[in-house]
Design a protein around this ligand. Sequence first.
Ligand code: GLU
Length: 321
Amino acid sequence: MHRTRLAPSPTGALHLGNARTFLVNWALARQRGWQIVLRIEDLDGPRIKQDAAAEAIDILGWLGLDWDEGPLYQRADLSPYRAALERLAAQGDIYPCRCTRREIEAAALSAPHGDEHELRYPGTCRPSEKTPADYNDPAHQGCAWRFRAPAGVTRFHDSIAGRHSHDIQATTGDFLVATKEGLPSYQLAVVVDDARQGIDRIVRGDDLLTSTHRQLLLQECLGFGPPPEYFHLPLVVGEDGRRLAKRHGDTRLSHYRAQGVTRERMLGLLAEWCGLGQRRELSPQECLDAFKLELVPREPIILRSADDVWLLALTLQNERK
Ligand code: GLU
């Protein structure tokens, strides 16, 4: 049986864009008989907010989305990540790095930019050839670890975005797999978790398209078998074309819910964003019955101020009564 995952990061409350991705993921899974694992991605150190995991679980339930296994917390057991790092180090696929952020920034000034989360690493600590290392050697204490990314373009086929190519060296360079604090990076953790949790169908926002290339390389080096099938969805953006953030006002689901927006109104808007026709109140089952992957728009969705008016319309009417 195929398996997918809902993988919220408890770094903030879920917003309309996250909800729309989760709705597509859930509807695809339930239509196609995939199992759903709920995985809480709580490794991101200082950005993790207390209570955000419980809130995410609560709000998914409010939306009417369900899952078959979990919640599984990444923090609960770090040993699988360590085992993967030990293997990669022994194979010479990763190497210890002592560069500070400031050093990388200084080098990056004269080089192309990496993605939003990571500066391009100029390769300062990279051994000239693959060098097997002992991940647990005390000499490496306090080091971060980086993956030796090959030069040139890598490609994969995405079930929504189609053929996608990316040059890792030109954008992020040798990327982090473990931090100085000894925690696995997002890229490593997600690959290890998807493999050990038997995930072979991945549905997520297309801001992660370029990450997928890094994840495919890690999967291969770790001998994790055939890669998952990927479905990367265009994001919900503000009227300025930028991805949803604080500048677009409060788009958290908890905020709408607190103002009295009903689940059916919320699902109606999200369903319209899935290409299911003009917004109308819908139950989770009605969304499921109507959902068709072919209808999901292949371009970014724009959140407009009129959307808020629609979501809040009933609340306002009730207030006037
Ligand atoms: N936890 C990530 C997020 O909330 C999703 C990671 C993934 O789907 O691989 O953006």
